[in-house]
Design a protein around this ligand. Structure first.
Ligand code: NAD
Ligand code: UFG
Length: 337
């Protein structure tokens, strides 16, 4: 089977491509490299020992997508391509809606023209807004507090409308919690541009000496130690969730919305301690004011993923930290030489 992976050069996409290749799928990566390096593709090939067709292009470019679908028979699409920085989305909402929403519409149009109607979409736990309680099940109310989150909600709704119009589509919406970690080889991992927004890359860059100190955003939340609690999930577990969804896709006769999380919440200070233990490095931190838009706690009920996909996360916090650290230590500048 030929699988088109949009955004396949990025963080989650590159890890998923490895598992797809190992499971025997043929992979075509389609990426405009706006937030990725070609080096990640070379390393994925090295890890998997297999070839990947890579096409540099934008999901909004229907001419190029048509060319791609005409020259390859594509059986299903795993759609990671998108912009994902919350703060940037507040400053540049139109860019986010154009890239994420219009890009997805263009992709689906071309898929339909070529009778390829199977898609797995990268949604996010951000669509739950500030949940009234935890753990979060898929039927919780949704809301958005920023254009990034709203783009995910819009796309979910667009894909549901598409299914109503033509129920031969097979659609899975995967709502990821907080992906961390890296491939155990240390060859690929998360490589954020500039100052990281997310906790784990900030911790690893502090441990490697690129940042002097981690700011812990708030210690007065209603959580066990006062710092924010999240459901951190190893990126290889997350990647495996996509392979499981792909296998089950033909059986689905409704749009499937599935949480991918571990079901366990850890605080910022839990993560700092676990990381220090895994790396043997100290992570200096100071308590800073709360970050605007943050919520106290967010973790999944992963029961539906287990029931429907037979999937559950297997890697714990120690492995997440050890693998994040291996990647950072071997590649202090990410993919840049
Ligand atoms: P990433 O930025 O590493 O990967 C996204 C990839 O898409 C990049 O390689 C980028 O170059 C590519 N891309 C962006 N716009 C494109 C376009 N118009 N055309 C072609 N390629 C384009 O991000 P990631 O962390 O791997 O996230 C993958 C997906 O998962 C995104 O849709 C993201 O919103 C979603 N997600 C991520 C997280 C997270 O915390 N990492 C959480 C929930 C959901
Ligand atoms: N945090 C700090 N210091 C930092 C960075 C983060 O204390 O330098 C704290 C945050 O306040 C929060 C926790 O660490 O309590 C996790 O923050 P992240 O920025 O890593 O993750 P978020 O849960 O805020 O958001 C992430 C993605 C969103 C996605 C969401 C759910 O950035 O895009 O997970 O999947 F929607």
């Amino acid at each position: 089977m030929n699988i088109l992976v949009t955004g396949g050069a990025g963080y989650i996409g590159s890890h998923t491509v490895i598992l797809l290749l190992q499971a025997g799928y043929r992979v075509i990566v389609y990426d405009n490299f706006c937030n990725a390096s070609k080096e990640s593709i070379s390393r994925v090939k090295k890890i998997a020992g297999k070839e990947i067709i890579t096409v540099e292009g934008d999901i909004r470019d229907k001419v190029q997508l048509r060319r791609l679908f005409s020259s390859h028979k594509i059986d299903a699409v795993i759609h990671f391509a998108g912009l994902k920085a919350v703060g940037e989305s507040v400053e540049e909402p139109l860019r986010y809606y154009d890239n994420n929403v219009c890009g997805t519409v263009a992709l689906c149009e071309v898929m339909a023209e070529h009778q390829c109607k199977s898609i797995i979409f990268s949604s996010s736990a951000t669509v739950y807004g500030d949940p009234h309680t935890t753990p979060i099940t898929e039927d919780f109310p949704t809301s958005a507090t920023n254009p990034y989150g709203r783009s995910k909600l819009f796309i979910e709704e667009i894909l549901r409308d598409l299914y109503v119009s033509d129920n031969t589509w097979k659609i899975v919406l995967l709502r990821y919690f907080n992906p961390v970690g890296a491939h155990p080889s240390g060859l690929i991992g998360e490589d954020p541009n500039g100052i990281p927004n997310n906790l784990m890359p900030f911790i690893t860059q502090t441990a490697v000496g690129q940042r002097s100190c981690l700011s812990v955003f708030g210690d007065d939340y209603d959580t066990p130690d006062g710092t924010g609690v999240r459901d951190y999930i190893h990126v290889m577990d997350l990647a495996n969730g996509h392979v499981k969804a792909l296998v089950k896709l033909p059986e689905f006769n409704k749009v499937m919305t599935i949480n991918l999380g571990t079901g366990t919440g850890y605080s910022v200070l839990d993560m700092v301690k676990a990381f220090e233990k895994a790396s043997g490095r100290e992570v200096p931190y100071c308590i800073a004011p709360r970050r605007a838009g943050d919520i106290a706690q967010c973790y999944a009920d992963p029961g539906y993923a287990k029931e429907i996909l037979g999937w559950e996360a297997g890697k714990g916090i120690d492995e997440m930290c050890a693998d994040s650290w291996r990647w950072q230590e071997k590649n202090p500048n990410g993919y840049r030489k």
